[in-house]
Design a protein around this ligand. Structure first.
Ligand code: UDX
Ligand code: UDX
Length: 438
């Protein structure tokens, strides 16, 4: 049992703190947002993540997990302080480190005993050293501490499983003792533990996310060629994926990557390279392809309808991916804006992201379910591949639409079946079957 403080109860911090509590540690989770902490004390979570609410309640009841807004209380007995505040995109694609700075300063002001500061937030290479400088400079009297980088590799929607069954734990520090003590916290997870220097650990995080984003842009580029040549990208991805050197994961063509990590991390890595006078050509192409990919969907709708003016278009799914309510860099926002700019009326539905979506999508009519979205629509766009959209009563859906047009941005339907049902169907990269051109 260790005493841990986690700073930031967002998607990463709340999952990390709760999982460490579940492993038997005593965790105090801190946030500067008083409303979030007040709600958490009553069992109300600020985010949707499958399984998290139950795990939070269980660990609070067991006395292993508690919440506070006070650094002095959070750090009083802590041996470890995990920084898990947000690092949003700043100007020029550079990561905005103001929250990390604030956390480092507050730690320095309130720590009373030796501490290991563990950086979970995704931060530019060199930030660990910068955090150490801040803490040293802001301490009233010198107290020993060490900074260890421990990047997160949690996917929203499956974050608990990703935490409990990691592919690896990466630790960055030249202080072997500190790294070993953080490694001990992760031993129950039984994953390989790699200890490297701080900067290398920070780079492993960026390189991993950039590589996964590259896989997505690669398959999207192939999808576009498939579409032109009459091949089916889903089968192409499956065929490629059998090769263990390639692997099937992250080869789903569609609307491109969104969310809180890939867009900002690829941009931040490119920015770091540019600042150093390097030319991140591949990263640039990855970003360009991703931007174009979202627009292709709107173009398909426009091609099928002729013109968007006065048309009603329904969006199935709004969150950036299934099993989350996160709308950060969600394709739905940009797609809705483009459709509205063309004069269309946009409706939408999402199983969990509706209340968050409302704030991000002015003018979009939010519906109760997929059938209400379809009723009277001139076209439907599948934006998020929620399971509940995979087994809809498609016959009922088609009958209620003004025109039976479905643009499937996530390739969840079978092109031949959709055509048999009387839909005008377009997937992404489903050349022969999905586009009716060949
Ligand atoms: C995390 C990571 O930390 C980020 O680097 C990574 O790239 C994506 O995931 P995330 O958990 O998604 O960020 O952030 P968010 O859900 O915005 O939560 C951050 C929390 O930190 C908020 O609750 C915010 O109130 C809190 N916070 C912010 C503090 O407690 N202190 C601060 O000074 C600033
Ligand atoms: C990502 C990382 O995977 C995770 O390790 C951590 O660093 C945080 O960032 P997350 O953004 O939550 O996780 O979800 P992920 O499943 O990686 O999907 C990211 C985006 O890529 C989503 O928009 C998703 O729709 C898209 N995607 C994913 C594809 O378009 N095709 C794929 O094959 C896989």
């Amino acid at each position: 049992m260790k005493n841990i403080c986690v700073i930031g109860v967002g998607y990463v911090g709340l999952v990390t703190g709760t999982c460490f509590a579940d492993l038997g540690n005593r965790v105090m989770a801190l946030d500067i947002n008083e409303e979030r902490i007040a709600n958490l004390k009553q069992g109300l979570l600020p985010i949707y993540e499958p399984g998290l609410e139950e795990m939070v309640k269980r660990n609070v009841a067991a006395g292993r997990l508690s919440f506070t807004t006070h650094y002095a209380e959070a750090l009083a007995e802590a041996e470890f302080a995990f920084i898990a505040v947000g690092t949003p995109e700043g100007v020029d694609g550079e990561a905005d480190l103001q929250y990390v700075r604030a956390a480092a300063e507050s730690i320095a002001a309130h720590m009373t005993a030796p501490l290991i500061i563990v950086n979970k937030s995704t931060v530019p290479v060199g930030t660990g050293d910068w955090v150490a400088d801040i803490v040293r400079a802001k301490q009233a009297a010198p107290i020993a501490f060490s900074v260890v980088s421990c990047p997160e590799f949690l996917r929203e929607g499956s974050a608990l499983a990703d935490f409990m069954n990691p592919a690896r734990t990466v630790l960055g520090s030249l202080d072997r003792d500190a790294a070993n003590r953080v490694a001990d916290l992760h031993l129950p997870l039984r994953a390989p533990i790699q200890v490297v220097d701080l900067r290398t650990a920070e780079m492993i995080k960026y390189a991993s996310n950039a590589f996964l984003a590259t896989k997505i842009s690669f398959i999207n580029e192939i999808a576009n060629v498939c579409e032109a040549l009459g091949a089916d990208v889903k089968e192409v991805a499956t065929g490629m994926g059998f090769d263990p050197r390639i692997g099937r994961q992250f080869l789903d063509a569609g609307l491109g990557y969104g969310g809180s990590c890939f867009p900002k991390d690829v941009k931040a890595l490119a920015h770091m390279a540019n600042v150093q006078g390097r030319h991140p050509q591949l990263l640039q192409a990855v970003m360009d392809i991703n931007r174009d990919q979202r627009r292709l969907v709107t173009r398909k709708v426009r091609d099928l309808l002729g013109d968007l003016d006065q048309k009603t278009i329904g969006l199935l799914g709004l969150a950036f991916k299934p099993n989350t309510d996160d709308m950060r860099d969600a394709p739905a926002i940009e797609i809705a804006r483009e459709l509205q700019a063309g004069g269309a009326l946009v409706k939408g539905y999402d199983p969990v992201a509706m209340s968050v979506a409302g704030r991000h999508m002015p003018g979009v009519k939010l519906c109760e379910d997929a059938y209400e979205v379809a009723a009277g629509a001139d076209a439907l766009i599948v934006v998020t591949e929620w399971n509940e959209f995979k087994q809809l009563d498609l016959e009922r859906l088609r009958q209620s639409m003004r025109r039976p047009i479905v643009v499937d941005g996530r390739n969840i339907y079978h092109p031949a079946q959709m055509q048999r049902l009387g839909f005008q169907y377009r997937g992404v990269g489903r050349g022969y079957n999905g586009n009716g051109q060949h």
